[in-house]
Design a protein around this ligand. Structure first.
Ligand code: ZN
Length: 197
């Protein structure tokens, strides 16, 4: 039997895809033995973007993408998690902004859909200036993963955003069904963005 806090941490780590309770326990005990000051410093230097929820380390409240004046601020791409944003960035094709729904590491489950930060998303679309972005969005791309959870999430978001009267698009089919953006090759991802409708 582990102490309640250790058990709680193990449960947390077990939520990672492919991590079972035994591996989770190893992570937790590894973490406990790490130098406290060092881990604290590392975690404290990382901030979350005020607009898109992307983690970053620079000055200010906005991440590098949101701060970059050459990005197209009329397009907003909604992704499930940080690693999806990262894969899209790697294609060097999409130039707009993002919003991370915040299924940070674990996949979105049906019961989690109700907990999605839709209110936050709507606020940022309606009033981006309030969050430090001077723009008026003209297109929202819903780029959730082509998994059952991702499709359900996309439908839910679309329904929620309907009355904002902004063009909503989806990535073109062609991404492997059941796969994740994270694992799609750059050409496929690029084509999915270009063929969006
Ligand atoms: Zn940002």
């Amino acid at each position: 039997m582990f102490s309640p806090t250790i058990q709680k941490l193990i449960d947390l780590f077990s939520k990672f895809p492919t991590v079972g309770p035994r591996t989770a326990a190893r992570f937790v005990f590894y973490l406990i033995k790490l130098d406290k000051k060092e881990t604290e410093d590392l975690v404290n230097t990382i901030k979350t973007c005020n607009f898109c929820f992307n983690p970053f380390e620079k000055e200010g409240n906005l991440c590098e993408i949101c701060q970059n004046p050459s990005r197209n601020r009329e397009i907003l791409c909604v992704v499930e998690k940080e690693t999806d944003l990262n894969s899209i960035e790697k294609t060097n094709n999409y130039q707009g902004l993002y919003f991370i729904l915040g299924g940070t590491v674990s996949k979105l489950k049906k019961e989690d859909i109700e907990k999605l930060p839709i209110k936050e998303l709507k606020e940022r679309i309606k009033n981006p200036q309030k969050f430090g972005i001077d723009t008026h969005f003209k297109e929202i791309i819903i780029a959730t993963n082509p998994t059952p959870e991702g499709e359900a999430t996309a439908l839910y978001i679309e329904r929620q955003l309907k009355n904002l009267n902004i063009k909503i698009t989806h990535l073109a089919r062609g991404l492997p069904t059941g796969g994740e953006l994270e694992y799609a090759d750059e050409e496929t991802l690029k084509a999915a963005f270009e063929g969006r409708k």
